[in-house]
Write a protein that binds this ligand. Structure first.
Ligand SMILES: Cc1cc2nc3c(=O)[nH]c(=O)nc-3n(C[C@H](O)[C@H](O)[C@H](O)COP(=O)(O)OP(=O)(O)OC[C@H]3O[C@@H](n4cnc5c(N)ncnc54)[C@H](O)[C@@H]3O)c2cc1C
Length: 563
């Protein structure tokens, strides 16, 4: 029966992954076809603006829907420092409930609960087997470069959520496994039961390893609530990895004689391969003559601009983020940041940029990539203070860049709305540049772009001023791009002035629903609505988009700077 159950659960996982992978591929092909169909012919855009009624309903009620009302990304906070986490979406919740029920059912079916001679043993074996089986996806989903993200399109946030819930399921099954063992021994040996268990712990490596594994599992559960993870992320991560290593070794010793060890080996292999691939990527990108260098510059409004000269860079694409290691500031820790800008590679073939030596050739192939980092309380605070104290508000240091992760483009959409709050602009600027240049080159379906950026004060404009100046100067920009800036805390009304009809400034917060409604009325082709910013803004944009996605074809995209 255990073998049957294992096969069934493995098949369920495989089926889910295949469905997601096929869905992603079909979606990619459809988007490509839509882009090609609308490259030069606007008459077809109307066809693509009409939504598929059934799919729109599924998106509204299931795929993109928050669990209840509109709350998904806005976290529950007891105070600014006490983050209690966020609610999963409706689809995520349904999956988690279904998987939990599946595990409960499989822990209990076909066990003869009336036969007190066998049910302790059967229950113990069943729960132990399922706990070890669930460790495979538990380990697979934890890695930020795990292949499932690329193949199925599940976001890293969702992988993290699944990892947390699988962890809870594994711990519950391990506790049930231990409880069946203790209860079974006491039921069989009566008063002698506890003594026999004590002796077994002392004399049997098998039992001792099981007890150590169980205690470590419980410790993993107890130190992982959202409030601890968010308040002490680095400490949490180090302790979590150390406990996971101890638990894995203990389970491995416990399973020494059993075939279940194979699952554990698979889980460990998955984890080791993911870590090894990241290490290789890190070395390949950054280590060699010259190393990767970062120039950090303090900016007004509690932020820094980091300009990276990566030893072996890649092709910059919108939607990419990296993990940044800066040993002089954050020792071995790494933090995720969106790539906001890349300076174009000098034109190799133009007369002006003709390389004259080998060094020129190497240098000319290295675009600089930039990040904007908003000051928080840990690494980001240290980097800001170091830059502020340095001469000229700048310092240069050795850095290691891991990535790139993620990639996204909206070139198949006729209309694109990009919402950003504060430093969320780092995710949207590359899209704006990509779409404007593709429009000028005639390589996209996009005909109108609206960027809505909400900031607290005008000094935040400094974060991206040089890049915005370049974008505003791009060929045919006026035909396609409009920008609306909302300043929530202006010091005076004189700070609010609109430089042109296509770049407008407003005091206060936008009415997200009204903006989307207005854009929908003049929508060309399918529309993408993307948001990157606070949880509250993301929830408002999600709600407003879902409310309208049955009228015209609208897709919702969210980039959360949290997990
Ligand atoms: C995909 C992605 C892209 C991002 N892009 C940007 C960007 O372009 N600009 C920007 O300013 N911020 C960005 N962030 C957020 C940025 O990673 C965090 O603000 C930063 O890691 C906080 O570091 P800290 O030590 O100062 O955090 P703290 O002040 O200690 O904590 C602030 C919050 O950041 C979380 N956090 C801390 N360390 C990490 C870590 N290593 N990994 C993930 N979360 C962490 C904490 O859990 C907490 O919720 C992005 C986040 C993600 C997930």
């Amino acid at each position: 029966m255990n073998v049957k159950i294992i096969t069934r659960i493995v098949l369920i996982w495989a089926a889910i992954l295949v469905v997601l992978a096929v869905f992603r591929k079909v979606h990619q092909v459809l988007r490509h076809v839509r882009k090609l169909a609308n490259l030069s012919n606007d008459s077809r855009q109307r066809y693509f603006s009409i939504p598929n009624e059934k799919f729109a309903l599924i998106k509204r009620r299931l795929i993109n829907s928050p669990l209840v009302h509109k709350r998904h990304s806005r976290e529950f906070r007891l105070s600014p420092a006490l983050n209690m986490g966020a609610l999963p979406t409706r689809l995520q919740t349904q999956f988690l409930v279904a998987y939990t029920v599946l595990n409960i059912v499989h822990c209990t079916i076909s066990i003869d609960w009336h036969n007190s001679e066998t049910f302790y043993e059967e229950g113990r074996n069943r729960c132990g087997t399922l706990a070890v089986l669930n460790m495979v996806p538990l380990f697979l989903l934890v890695g930020r470069s795990n292949p499932l993200i690329e193949v199925t399109g599940i976001s890293f946030d969702t992988c993290n959520l699944l990892h947390r819930w699988l962890g809870r399921i594994v711990v519950c099954e391990a506790v049930a496994h231990g409880a069946f063992f203790v209860a079974g021994t006491i039921a069989a040996k009566g008063d002698q039961g506890w003594f026999i268990i004590q002796m077994a712990i002392k004399s049997s490596t098998f039992i001792l390893a099981g007890v150590v594994a169980l205690c470590t599992f419980v410790a993993l559960l107890l130190h992982s609530p959202s409030v601890i993870r968010h308040a002490f992320y680095e400490t949490f991560l180090t302790v979590h990895i150390a406990l996971a290593v101890v638990a894995t070794i203990a389970v491995s010793v416990h399973l020494k004689e059993l075939p279940h060890r194979l699952f554990l080996l698979c889980a460990v292999l998955v984890w080791v391969l993911e870590r090894a691939s990241r290490f290789v990527m890190l070395v390949r990108r950054n280590v060699g003559p010259g190393m990767t260098k970062a120039e950090v510059e303090a900016l007004p409004g509690d932020a820094v601009r980091v300009t990276l000269r990566i030893l072996r860079p890649w092709k910059f694409q919108p939607g990419q983020h990296i993990y940044l290691y800066m040993p002089t500031v954050g020792l071995w820790t790494s933090h995720p940041f969106s790539l906001a800008w890349s300076d174009e590679q000098p034109d190799f073939y133009s007369e002006k940029a003709l390389p004259i030596s080998r060094q020129d050739i190497i240098a000319s192939k290295k675009p600089e990539m930039s990040l904007i980092i908003r000051r928080r309380t840990g690494f980001t605070d240290k980097i800001f203070r170091k830059a502020e104290r340095s001469p000229g508000g700048k310092f240069t240091t050795t850095a290691f860049v891991e990535g790139p992760y993620g990639e996204q483009n909206f070139r198949s959409y006729g209309t694109v709305m990009l919402f950003a709050a504060g430093v969320g602009i780092t995710h949207q600027v590359p899209h704006v540049r990509d779409l404007v240049s593709a429009y000028a080159a005639g390589t996209c379906a996009t005909r109108q772009i609206l960027l809505v950026w909400i900031i607290q004060s005008p000094e935040h404009l400094e974060w991206i001023r040089p890049w915005m100046t370049q974008i505003l100067g791009m060929e045919r920009r006026r035909d396609v791009l409009r920008i609306q800036l909302f300043i929530t805390r202006p010091r005076s009304t004189r700070e609010i002035h609109s430089p042109s009809a296509s770049v407008q400034m407003f005091p206060g917060k936008p009415d997200v629903g009204a903006l989307i409604q207005k854009e929908q009325e003049r929508q060309v082709g399918a529309m993408a609505v993307s948001v990157c910013g606070t949880g509250g803004l993301a929830d408002d944009v999600r709600k407003a988009t879902l409310n309208r996605c049955q009228k015209t074809a609208i897709d919702f995209y969210e980039e959360a700077f949290s997990w």
